[in-house]
Design a protein around this ligand. Structure first.
Ligand SMILES: *Cc1c(COP(=O)(O)O)cnc(C)c1O
Length: 495
């Protein structure tokens, strides 16, 4: 069956999967959603016998129905190769009563690699299918991890350029070093004086700027997005939840059909939305536990039904979750509004004019799949330290937010179901915070002394992604005001 996509803000705006991938965001500002969520056409036992790539095909073919088998398999083969440091691609590891799903074995050691290593191939294939002649310009705002993963994914890809904006003072030192040392003539990295939401708003404004689109078209360019609003990112993320569940079945920890919980450290609501889709495809997930840091706008939303971004933006040690506008939530809103695009549009208009919206009782009732939790900085650090002292396993700050929320939930709900915690980054990406959590004495060490010490105490080899930036030269040093992003883009593309 063919799956088509429509905008959350206009259900009559319908496109194929490849068009939705190409466009990223719909012209009306909405996000593309599948008109229905497909069901698995294989049994859990069959899926449990497949490796990551085979499983990726079985899941993705149900969503990207206008690609041929050969085209889709080709994209999967190019994505999930030796860029990953394990043939398993994703690793499930049980520690202290929870199953950590390590999604950081790709080129940039964060879970963004799971989708961004395949997105360029999905995009280039989509462009060919739709006879696009213009060069594709990927415009991306990043809270740290998307940017580097997108840069790695697109560097050197013919027919594409990539421009990444990041908050100059809102990413970790390792994250910044990873981005500003990026190689590739088609890559551009720009720091902005503002926070992630400023960067994201600036990028959205450029996508909605018709005059700019015309200018670019005349010059032979077309914008596309690598942000998690692109369904070409969402769909590959569904795969690893199915993979994790079927590995639990394969190892005998659960039986096919058993219920599990999934905990996801959340920012833009992309990763957990993929788990929600997996659930509605037929994976037996009990609760989707949405873990926030001190920027707990989602926690408040799930507990009160009010989404309110009018609050202080807090810089935390889990910067990839320092977000007050969770873009992908719009897809859930559309669903719980009964696929009413007029209603969704009205709520999103309220969000941009007043900074808040309230959902009605009917919509609230449909949030049953979710539990919202949050973790303070102090509790997050305690979790890292406790887990390390108990098991020797070291998790990063984002994963620790999820682990903290899970521990609280388990106690409060008395729920002993088998649980998967999405482990979204390697501790090597947030070395300073992680080491400080373990012992204050590490405070005085330099970034790379900390890397060596982390390797010593965790007995985990330093990933290639870290080794290579140790000595890499800075290749990007542009910094601009948040209101000058468009000027910078015009400068890069139109000279
Ligand atoms: C992006 C990111 C998140 C948040 O994921 P969303 O899909 O935006 O909710 C969490 N942890 C890490 C390490 C990330 O890079």
């Amino acid at each position: 069956m063919d799956i088509l996509y429509n905008s959350t803000r206009d259900s009559k705006n319908v496109v194929t999967a490849s068009k939705a991938i190409l466009k990223g965001l719909a012209e009306d500002g909405g996000l593309y959603v599948p008109q229905s969520i497909p069901k698995f056409d294989k049994t859990i036992e069959q899926l449990a016998s497949m490796d990551y790539k085979e499983l990726a095909y079985e899941v993705m073919k149900l969503y990207i129905t206008d690609f041929s088998e050969e085209e889709l398999k080709n994209c999967i083969d190019k994505a999930y190769d030796s860029k990953f440091d394990t043939k398993d691609i994703a690793v499930l590891r049980e520690e202290d009563g929870a199953n950590y799903l390590e999604l950081f074995h790709g080129a940039t050691i964060a879970f963004k690699d799971m989708a961004l290593s395949i997105l360029p191939h999905l995009l280039i294939t989509s462009a060919k299918k739709n006879n696009v002649k213009n060069e594709i310009v990927i415009l991306t705002a990043t809270s740290g991890d998307t940017g580097k993963a997108a840069l790695e994914g697109f560097a050197g890809v013919k027919g594409a350029r990539i421009i990444v904006f990041y908050p100059k003072d809102g990413v970790s030192p390792i994250q910044e070093k990873q981005m500003v040392t990026q190689k590739g003539d088609n890559t551009y990295v720009v720091g902005i004086r503002g926070n992630f939401d400023d960067a994201q708003s600036g990028v959205k404004a450029m996508f909605n700027d018709k005059e700019l689109a015309k200018k670019l078209d005349d010059a032979g360019f077309m914008f596309s997005s690598a942000n998690s609003i692109n369904i070409g990112r969402l769909v590959p993320q569904i795969v690893y939840y199915v993979y994790a569940y079927t590995r639990l079945v394969a190892s005998g920890k659960i039986k096919a059909g058993d219920k599990i919980n999934v905990v996801v450290p959340t920012g833009n609501f992309g990763n957990i939305l993929a788990a929600y889709y997996a659930k509605h495809m037929g994976l037996n997930i009990n609760k989707l536990i949405c873990a926030s840091n001190d920027n707990k706008v989602l926690y408040d939303f799930f507990n009160t039904g009010a989404y309110d971004k009018n609050r202080e933006f807090i810089l935390t040690s889990s910067p990839s979750m320092d977000i007050l506008i969770s873009s992908n939530l719009e897809r859930l809103i559309y669903d719980i509004a009964g696929k009413d695009s007029a209603k969704t549009k009205e709520l999103m208009n309220q969000l941009s004019s007043k900074g808040r919206y309230d959902i009605d009782e009917d919509m609230k009732k449909k949030l049953d799949d979710f539990v919202g939790g949050y973790a303070s900085e102090e509790d997050t650090f305690k979790t890292i330290k406790n887990l390390y002292e108990k098991t020797g396993y070291i998790i990063d700050t984002h994963t620790a937010v999820a682990a903290t929320v899970y521990n609280d939930y388990k106690k409060a709900a008395n729920d002993e179901l088998t649980t998967i915690i999405a482990s979204t980054a390697s501790p090597y990406k947030f070395t300073r915070s992680v080491m400080k959590a373990i012992d204050e004495k590490y405070e005085s060490m330099s970034d790379f002394e900390l890397v060596d010490e982390l390797s010593r105490i965790s007995k985990v080899k330093i990933p290639a992604a870290i080794e290579t930036i140790r000595t890499a030269p800075v290749l990007h040093d542009t910094v601009c005001d948040k209101d000058d992003m468009k000027k910078v883009v015009e400068g890069i593309l139109l000279g």
